[in-house]
Design a protein around this ligand. Structure first.
Ligand code: KIV
Length: 296
């Protein structure tokens, strides 16, 4: 099946997601919530895609959950491109969105545009995500004009960890809530097709969701958003500090991996792996001639 969208082939596209919001706003039908998860490699992308996830984000959370960095700040554009290519190869139906890492869109607009183009041209991303609100107005408008769909991201933006002074819930005071509303409106006005709301009070996320014409995708923003996103490692139990308050852990894959590896080590040490059935054998006629040939 082609990953390119033809009307009716089931491929999720940017217009599909906007259309769902339009249907929800008009209450024409009980429109479906948008399901999003992060992935960073081919097998995970394939499993998510085949399970019916609508949007796969190659998040710069890559830096923390896969590469072992302490924050997302060190993640490079080359690392993001490498992982986006792998995800692209595994995803057929889902929309693939690539996160622009810290530093890749903070200098001039021309340079930021060149970087965004690389995600589409070299890695097969169908959209990019950019953190920030009002301050990104010009950039999002420029990328959109260049036919690159943009997903915005406001609230707790991990790339601003130093400016924010930590990973905290945003928009709790009336002034902060007003600023967040302005940020969300600016992201919509600049042409973004969707917006991530991270770590904001449920009531504020609900208000933004009611007000905007583009879908809101919540993470730690309550159930009233148009869609939800989680970091796949939180959902699977593959983090070392336990999931954050807003995440739900659906499986303990970390425990399954630990047990499988412990069992393997035990079997190797005891000599029970590999067994005779797990070994290749020489052909009987050749054995007689005391020569070992490897079976094909
Ligand atoms: O990098 C990421 O995974 C993200 C999501 C948590 C929205 O930005």
């Amino acid at each position: 099946m082609s990953a390119v969208s033809n009307p009716g082939n089931g491929k999720i596209t940017v217009p599909d997601l906007l259309h769902r919001k339009f249907l929800a706003a008009g209450s024409l039908v009980d429109s479906k919530k948008i399901t999003c998860l992060t992935a960073y490699d081919y097998p995970t992308a394939r499993l998510l895609d085949e399970a019916g996830v609508d949007v796969i984000l190659v998040g710069d959370s890559l830096g923390m959950v896969v590469l072992g960095y302490e924050s997302t700040l060190p993640v490079t554009i080359e690392e993001m491109l490498h992982h986006t290519r792998a995800v692209r190869r595994g995803a057929r139906r889902a929309l693939v969105v690539a996160d622009m890492p810290f530093g890749s869109f903070h200098t001039d607009t021309a340079e930021s545009l060149r970087n965004a183009v690389r995600f589409v041209k070299e890695a097969g991303a169908e959209a990019v995500k950019v953190e920030g609100g009002e301050r990104r107005l010009e950039l999002i408008a420029r990328l959109t004009e260049a036919e690159i769909p943009v997903m915005g991201h406001v609230g707790l933006t991990p790339q601003s960890v130093n400016a924010l002074g930590g990973y905290r819930v945003q928009g709790k005071t009336p002034d902060a809530a007003e600023q967040l509303l302005r940020d969300a409106r600016a992201v919509e006005a600049s042409g973004a097709f969707a917006i991530v709301l991270e770590a904001v009070p449920r009531e504020l996320a609900a208000q933004i969701t009611r007000e905007l014409r583009i879908p809101t995708i919540g993470i730690g923003a309550g159930p009233d958003c148009d869609g939800q996103i989680l970091v796949i490692h939180d959902l699977l139990g593959l983090t070392f500090d336990g999931p954050p308050k807003f995440a739900r852990q659906y499986a303990d894959v970390g425990k399954i991996i630990s047990k499988a590896v412990t069992d393997y080590c035990k079997d190797v040490r005891e000599g029970s792996f590999p067994s005779d059935a797990e070994s290749y054998h020489a052909l009987p006629s050749l054995k007689d001639r005391k020569k070992i040939y490897i079976e094909s």
